[in-house]
Design a protein around this ligand. Structure first.
Ligand code: 5AD
Ligand code: SF4
Length: 439
């Protein structure tokens, strides 16, 4: 009976995974399951995994190892997400107490897989590889984030950058219809959310199957849904970054002042080996569009250091690009060889100590850039959306439209609720956050 069907779900990885988990939780609840807070309390233990880099992949096997003893008490284990798709049935060899292995492209079959699990089957797989044309849409999404409603508009990836596992773990690129996206946006707004984040591995590669609108038009339309005050989107691929996205941000006030545009490297040679399909010059042209906007659009990026064959000179070109663009946030990673990817066959010429050195040099330089960028806000009054309390400092934590974290003092006994908008006067700045007083 439904009453003893309990599950525990832990999520690793990106926002796509976090939102997939919201949909998985909703689907499980619909099937009569109740979510619990610890592995010990659950009948079904699920891990939604990430395999973008080696370290992320190892986490699930550590977790399984930590809790495998619970299998003796009759608890069942399921591995979902990118490691599930990547490793497939090999997971049953490595962790024989796992009963369910499913990649994200098979989640629409979850109700059926759960029924087989309940019937006592032990090696259930949902491994759709790159075959599926379908997206995972459900009206039962159990939204976990108190202030931000996620909407996946495009799943999968067809770009095949030579370092990246995503095209193999999340299947081929497939977009939802714009009508279905807009319906979900309206539902979210009616539910009380004022911030929406549109998601996709390459969100701006969106192509409406109904042919009604471009990505920029969809973005603008979501921004015009009554009740919505902030719209974000992630992650954009430079190749598909069109000028009308900047025009939309200029024209629709609810679209946030922020673009995340992963560059990966500042060297044309490395970019070519990465199969990124652009040169630094071409990328910088998109940056110039963004900087020419009427609104102060903040920029962030992803960078990989130590890609196979990256020379000291290639790395200097990446450092030069940082100096030129002046990002407000950089996610930098050491190259990590991934199974099945083309880069795996390239000779990894950069020793690990050198990768560490380059990573540190890059982070140090970027910190100085951000120190200057963030300090420019001192004295300004900024609209902040409350995210929660910063308990270590007794402050309220929130975010600006530009996606900058803002911590501020709050004089009254009752803290503002997550999702509230306040004006904050900035009194101090660090390289990664602003500090202020509510006005
Ligand atoms: N090694 C290191 N970083 C990677 N990324 C993707 N694949 C790898 C890899 N094999 C980084 C890229 C991407 C971000 C999500 O993760 O910078 O934009
Ligand atoms: Fe990790 Fe990529 Fe999968 Fe997200 S899509 S969970 S980043 S491997």
């Amino acid at each position: 009976m439904a009453t003893d069907k309990t599950f525990y779900l832990e999520t690793f990885g990106c926002q796509m995974n976090a939102h997939d988990s919201e949909k998985v939780i909703g689907t499980l609840r619909q099937q009569g399951y109740r979510q619990v807070e610890s592995e010990e309390d659950a009948g079904l233990i699920l891990y939604n995994t990430c395999s973008i880099r080696d370290k992320a992949e190892q986490k699930v096997f550590h977790r399984l190892n930590d809790y495998k003893r619970l299998h003796k008490e009759g608890k069942r284990f399921g591995v979902l997400g990118c490691v599930a798709q990547q490793e497939g049935e090999k997971i049953f060899e490595r962790a024989p107490y796992v009963s369910l292995v499913s990649g994200s492209a098979s989640y629409r079959k979850l109700p059926e897989m759960l029924m087989r699990l309940e019937a006592g089957e032990n090696r259930i797989t949902g491994l759709d590889d790159r075959q599926t044309d379908e997206t995972f849409e459900t009206e039962f999404t159990a939204r976990q984030n108190p202030y931000r409603g996620y909407i996946t508009i495009i799943e999968g990836c067809d770009k095949f950058c030579s370092f990246c596992i995503v095209p193999y773990t999340r299947g081929k690129e497939r977009s939802r219809t714009s009508s279905s996206v807009l319906n979900e946006a309206r539902r979210i707004a009616e539910f009380g959310y004022t911030e929406i984040q549109l998601l996709g591995q390459n969100v701006n590669s969106y192509r409406d199957p109904e042919g009604k609108c471009s990505f920029a038009q969809l973005l603008a339309a979501v921004g015009q849904v009554p009740g919505i005050r902030r719209v974000r989107f992630t992650t954009s691929h430079p190749r598909d970054f069109t000028r009308d996205i900047v025009d939309a941000i200029d024209q629709v006030p609810t679209l946030c002042d922020h673009v995340h545009l992963p560059v990966q490297s500042g060297s044309a040679r490395v970019l070519q080996k990465m199969a990124r399909q652009y040169t630094p010059g071409w990328y910088l042209e998109k940056i110039a569009w963004i900087k020419a906007a009427k609104r102060p659009i903040s920029l962030s990026t992803d960078i990989i250091v130590g890609f196979p064959g990256e020379t000291a000179d290639d790395f200097i070109q990446t450092m030069d690009l940082l100096a030129e663009v002046q990002y407000d946030c950089v996610f930098a990673f050491k190259y990590s060889a991934r199974p099945n990817t083309p880069a795996l066959t390239m000779i990894d010429t950069v020793p690990d100590e050198e990768k560490n050195r380059r990573l540190q040099a890059l982070l140090d330089r970027q910190r100085e850039i951000q120190r200057v960028n963030y300090s420019r806000h001192i004295g300004q009054v900024i609209e902040v959306m409350v995210e929660g309390a910063n308990s270590a400092k007794g402050q309220i934590a929130g975010r600006s439209s530009q996606n900058k974290p803002v911590n501020f003092n709050w004089p009254q006994p009752i803290a503002p609720a997550p999702g509230a908008y306040l004006q904050v006067k900035i009194t101090n700045a660090y390289p990664n956050s602003l500090v202020g007083e509510a006005v």
